[in-house]
Design a protein around this ligand. Sequence first.
Ligand SMILES: Cc1ncc(COP(=O)(O)O)c(C=O)c1O
Length: 405
Amino acid sequence: MDIKNIKSEFPIFKQKINGKPLVYLDSANSSQKPKAVINRLSNFYETEFSNVGRSVHSLAVTATNRFEETRDKVQKYLNAKHREEIIFTKSATESINLIASSFGDKFIKEGDEILTTELEHHSNYVPWHFIRQKKGAKIKFAPVNKRGEVEIDEIKKLINSKTKIIAVTHISNVTGAILPIKKIVDLAKEKKIPVLVDGTQGAPHLKIDIQELGCDFYAISCHKMYGPNGLGILYAKKKWLEELPPYQGGGGMISEVLKDKVSYADTPTKFEAGTMQTADVVAFSEAINFIEELGIKNIQNHEKEILQYGIEKLKKNNSVNIIGEPKERGSVMSFTIKGIHPHDIATILDEDGVAIRAGHHCCQIFHDKVGIAATARASIGVYNSKEDIDILCNAINNCKKVFNI
Ligand SMILES: Cc1ncc(COP(=O)(O)O)c(C=O)c1O
């Protein structure tokens, strides 16, 4: 496979949108799927489908093996120490809710503090808000600076003896800032504070070595990593998973159920209640194969080149105001155009086959801070090219013409 021709691996690009070739710049929202993943999904349903971890018939045994093989693959891909540290969830949102709920219930009490940042997606704020309400805890927000980054010193200033957990994003889905996770973890370790990383925008674009990063929890969105929709991963250190109470109750997660007592299975099963997304988990193996075949470093270099080209080109357009100027930026470019609402930008760009997102991107705290209700966001995936950026910039000019700007 060659990155420069990688679009051919994605069937979605065969079609036209509004009569134009599809320029997909919404991968921070959800990525498109390579044919290997789509084929594995349909092939699994055609020949191997069964529920996992329950029946003993041949199909069930094979499906269970395939499901667990994906766990092994994810463990290896992330360089996690133990396979039991990989939990399958429905999304990164569910991964964070799981920790906020289980950790919050057991370890957070009135007056305790949860340290987060002004850059967080609602998925890494609202679950902590629930705990704030339930336990009478406080949430502290490390401020975002003018470049759209969160500085390590701001985190340092807010840590105190009441801080019970630090919950931060790896990469902002609005400014693209890459947060200094390793430094945050080192700081937290000195004070024995666990760190949860919202890795939703990190895992699809960066090499993740979870042991090197050293965080306690890392939430992943498989659907942003060229994998099936409706699938997420929670990485959590084994010691926590052994200590934390289950998040949901139901079939599969128990050891013994009696009228007067229930005991739970060992991790990871303890956190995987009910029927799991068998086919999606199995097909996610192919998404990892896809990334590994290309090489995450090659993907990163390719995306960096397209991103830099995009930023430079957008900067040349006097009407475009790029949001944030982080020193280290992931694959997102958010922008506004004076006089055109971001939703109008997205709608008009769509007429040229260009798919971007507009809105607050589930980051209202950040948008409130910078005093804008919404932004337009173009985000890059492995299949994007400089030509896509040229088409984006032409479409922006067409949009300006519509508004006489
Ligand atoms: C930074 C960040 N965190 C969390 C999420 C939520 O991820 P999921 O869709 O897997 O729940 C997103 C999705 O856009 C995101 O960008």
